[in-house]
Design a protein around this ligand. Structure first.
Ligand code: SF4
Ligand code: FES
Length: 247
C-alpha cells in the first residue's frame, strides 16, 4: 500500500504545531500502525530529518502508552484495540490518514504525538491503592469469599490500562471513565472497602484539580475505550461519591 500521512508536528509544549504531509510506500496489511510509523521514521532519519515522536512501550495492548488520534478516533478505526494492535489491513491503498496527539487541557503536548499523561498518575497516587500490612501477617486474598458476580465486575474494571483515550474522545475531556474504573475495581471487593470513602473523595478531587471536564453522559468514552470499560462504572463512582460526601 502507498499512503498519504498528515501528521501533527510540534517541537515542544510551547511551540505552535501544524499538520505536515508525508508519504509511505510498500506498507504490508499485516504491519501494525506503529510499525508503519517506524518505517516513516527510518526514512526521515536517513534523510537527516527529525523523526516523528510518538509514545509506545509494550506494543501488546497492555501498558497504555500508545495514544494516537487516527482519522478523528482515539486508537483509530478498529474497536477494542490500542494503536499498537491496530493493523494496516484496516486501511487501503491510496488512503490519506490523519494522525494527531490525544488532545485535552490536562494532557499537554510534549512533542509531536507525545502528550504528558502524568495527571493520571497523580489521580492514581491520590487513592488508587489499598494499604496492606506486608509485615508477614498478610492474609491470602484467596481465603476471603467473594461473590463471582462482584469478582467479575472488579476484574472488568481492573482491565483499564490508563491510556487516556476516554479523555481524548470526550467533548468535555472528562476522565470519569478512567477514574471510575480505578474506584470500582476496589469498591467491589472487601479489601477495598476499608479506605473506600477517602479513595473516591481524593481521586475525584484530584481529577477536578487536574483540569478534566465533567461527564455529560454522551458515552463516547465507552465506544472508544480499547478495554471495553463500561459506563456503569461511572454510575457506581457517582453513588460512592455521594455516599462518601454525606456520611
Ligand atoms: S477507561 Fe478505557 S480509554 Fe479510559 S484510560 Fe482506561 S482503558 Fe483507556
Ligand atoms: S504500546 Fe503498550 S498498549 Fe500500546
Amino acid at each position: 500500500m502507498k499512503l498519504a500521512l498528515k501528521i501533527w508536528r510540534q517541537s515542544n509544549a510551547s511551540s505552535k504545531g501544524k499538520m505536515v504531509d508525508y508519504t509511505v510506500d510498500n506498507i504490508e496489511p499485516d504491519m501494525s500502525f506503529l510499525e508503519m510509523l517506524d518505517i516513516l521514521n527510518d526514512e526521515l532519519i536517513v534523510k537527516g530529518e527529525d523523526a516523528v515522536a510518538f509514545d509506545h512501550d509494550c506494543r501488546e495492548g497492555i501498558c497504555g502508552m500508545c495514544s494516537l488520534f487516527i482519522n478523528g478516533e482515539a486508537h483509530g478505526p478498529d474497536r477494542l484495540v490500542t494503536t499498537c494492535q491496530l493493523h494496516m489491513r484496516k486501511f487501503k491503498d491510496g488512503d490519506t490518514i490523519y494522525i494527531e496527539p490525544f488532545r485535552a487541557k490536562a494532557f499537554p503536548v510534549i512533542k509531536d504525538l507525545v502528550v504528558d499523561r502524568s495527571a493520571f498518575d497523580r489521580i492514581q497516587q491520590s487513592g488508587g491503592f489499598i494499604s496492606v500490612n506486608t509485615s508477614g501477617n498478610t492474609i491470602d486474598a484467596n481465603t476471603i469469599p467473594i461473590p463471582k458476580h462482584d469478582a467479575d465486575k472488579a476484574f472488568d474494571a481492573a482491565t483499564c490500562i490508563g491510556c487516556g483515550a476516554c479523555v481524548a474522545t470526550c467533548k468535555n475531556s472528562s476522565a470519569m471513565l478512567f477514574v471510575s474504573a480505578k474506584v470500582s475495581q476496589f469498591s467491589l471487593l472487601p479489601q477495598g472497602k476499608v479506605e473506600a470513602k477517602e479513595r473516591v473523595l481524593n481521586m475525584v478531587n484530584q481529577m477536578d484539580a487536574e483540569g478534566f471536564g465533567n461527564c455529560t453522559n454522551t458515552g463516547a468514552c465507552e465506544v472508544e475505550c480499547p478495554k471495553g470499560i463500561s459506563l456503569e462504572n461511572i454510575a457506581r463512582m457517582n453513588r460512592e461519591y455521594l455516599k462518601s460526601s454525606i456520611i
